[in-house]
Design a protein around this ligand. Sequence first.
Ligand SMILES: Cc1cc2nc3c(=O)[nH]c(=O)nc-3n(C[C@H](O)[C@H](O)[C@H](O)COP(=O)(O)O)c2cc1C
Length: 327
Amino acid sequence: MRTRVTDLLGIRHPILLGGMASGTDARLVAAVSRAGGLGILGASTLSPEAIEAEVALIRELTPMPFGVNLLLWSSAAKVETVLQLQPAVLSTAWGDPAPHVDAAHEVGALVVHMAHDVPTAVAAARAGVDLVVAQGHEGGGHVGLLSTFTLLPQVVDAVGDVPVVAAGGIADGRGLAAALALGAEGVLMGTRFLATREAPIPDGWKRAILDAGGQDTIYSPIIDLANEAPWPSPAAVRAIRNAFLERWLGKEEEVRRRGRELGQGLAAGRREDDREEMALMAGEAVGLINDLPSAGEVVERTVKEAEGILPQLAARASGRAAPKAER
Ligand SMILES: Cc1cc2nc3c(=O)[nH]c(=O)nc-3n(C[C@H](O)[C@H](O)[C@H](O)COP(=O)(O)O)c2cc1C
């Protein structure tokens, strides 16, 4: 499937892996890039040495292009380390990409910035980023307030010639086809790639994604308060409800007071693979996810499914009965 995004990034399929700091590693990134998408390493929580080691491992595993993601509100100081490694893409979110665009271009890296509203997307486009990701509220992890279905076409209209990729709530070829219809030229998926064999998250987290429906996710500040992480407004976290969240929802003040202790509890829950006591960050798309394929299989079948749907749309719109696309 060829779009301006595949041409720009030098990839075969317009599918990007979300640069999930707590959910990606070299193996997952390389698997997505090998399959023809763009793997993106979430590097915000890694030390400079660990970023170097992960990037070296990606390069051992695949010669294909990949990206490295940094959350600018917390990790802008690591931009230099990342650029020294000359990834194909510097992926950024939650902060101002403007100070980093020229430096990235000087080392031959493209800049992909994720925006949660139109002003953020327009500012990124004016700053010279090469690609804007419009990320909706349905998505997993930290998201803003607007839904993908309304945000995406507004961003497409607002950023002029800069290509746009859709994120938030996309987990299959139907989502890719819909994103293309709304003006995107590719998709970025997080939750779908967490439920893959390669994803470096505990098994309990993967099982929770398979078991949950979209109604089981909740958008709240509790996890950030527990982790004492002062994310910029309006970011809050979408995660699957579990015993930890049920216990603390509505008790923001107490969570704020006991932050350190509760954050340590979340870290222990993850170490011990206790799905009731860790932060199960995931989006509404959990309701679309029922299996644990390889990341490569996710890329391939998402594209195949979208390619089956696109020709059917014209037939459906003209009133000619078209069989359901093969899934
Ligand atoms: C566990 C998790 C961690 C994430 N960490 C980051 C991150 O460090 N940087 C970033 O730009 N986006 C991060 N995201 C957001 C993803 O890049 C992406 O926008 C989101 O997952 C898209 O929605 P989806 O989950 O419905 O596919 C994270 C998402 C999840 C689920």
